[in-house]
Design a protein around this ligand. Sequence first.
Ligand code: NAI
Length: 387
Amino acid sequence: MSKIKVGVLGAGTMGAGIAQVAAQSGHEVVLVDVNEKAIISAKEKLNKIIDRLIEKGKWTQDFGDDLLGRIKFSTEMQDFSGSGMIIEAIVENVEVKHAVFSKMEAIVDKHCILASNTSSLSIASIGSVLKNPERIIGIHFFNPAPLMPLVEIIPAVQTSEKVAKEAREMVDSWGKVTVLAKDTPGFIVNRVARPFYGEALRIYEEGVADFATIDWAMTELGKFRMGPFTLMDYIGNDVNYTVTETVFAAFYYDPRFKPSFTQKRHSEAGFYGRKSGRGFFDYSENAIAVEPNKDEVLGNKILKRILAMLINEAADAVFLNVATNEDIDLAMTKGVNYPKGLLKWADEIGIENVLNDLQELFNEYGEDRYRPSPLLKKMVRENKSFF
Ligand code: NAI
């Protein structure tokens, strides 16, 4: 069977990576961007990546040449003609997305799958402008797309089963780990991961510990690859704060997702993180690293609290059928490199212990933010575990 032609719209951070992934799997790819500079820059970056991989002996010159030869770089959407699937990765703006999806539909035939890589918009809304809305689907990659194994597949209410199945099989054939998520804010990863940042910020705001100590607790005792503050500095406090605000609004202001003044102020001050030289930590040349307080009792208290909130979010996503147990654990280990699936972790800690931790927080603060998921209560009543 010959491979379908794949279109990618938007040659920025994500689009260029997605085009590389599809071409690496042998597809003819058309990468389109309105901005010619973005196209030139995407081509230059890909050339550099190929050269580096050849130098390292990972790829042969022929493989690199063939890969590059399969990608057509263009500023004309008309070049999408004949595609079997198009993945859109342009600005996160629903009006602009509506305009391009209408335009793309007019160029391709009725069997072409139209996908969006959006992180925060609803797939149902993006698909609403289509004449054949059953072909819309969310295909959400993680940055950098060629390296991160996870891809969330998000069928909208309009999506046909056939399109959902074909899209997932296609991305699976690219060697990615796919998980199926409901079309709800943040899908799996950007929903379940919120307390990693939010609860860490809250702990800091209460004066329980400083940034370095909280990061130490999560990396040293929790075995997370990066502490929350280091990670926020890496993502950028401006970007991470905006995602939090978007998710908070999308959940009708559920206090569980409430953004933090601390992060807002850092963002307002221009303390974005690594990219600006200063965030929660100082990245300037002669900066002296802040020493954490390596008190294990305090560290375990911090880890337990953040972990309980993460598990609560994961459990609630199961409760509301956002995804299966297996997919939620896969998403967090393959999409954001958690040391363990949160639900597997919950089984190890004991569901009753997790519920007790949450109940204690809820009793102490009296805030809705700490309400335990009904699923955890039910599981304790029925003496069940996730796996
Ligand atoms: P980016 O800003 O790096 O690239 C966007 C590209 O789209 C630019 O080159 C721009 O010229 C082009 N563009 C804008 N309007 C266009 C139009 N009407 N027609 C054709 N091209 C157009 O953005 P990035 O970060 O790659 O994000 C793209 C999408 O991927 C967004 O929906 C975002 O939410 C999503 N996403 C981003 C992730 C990230 O870590 N950056 C991760 C996963 C999803």
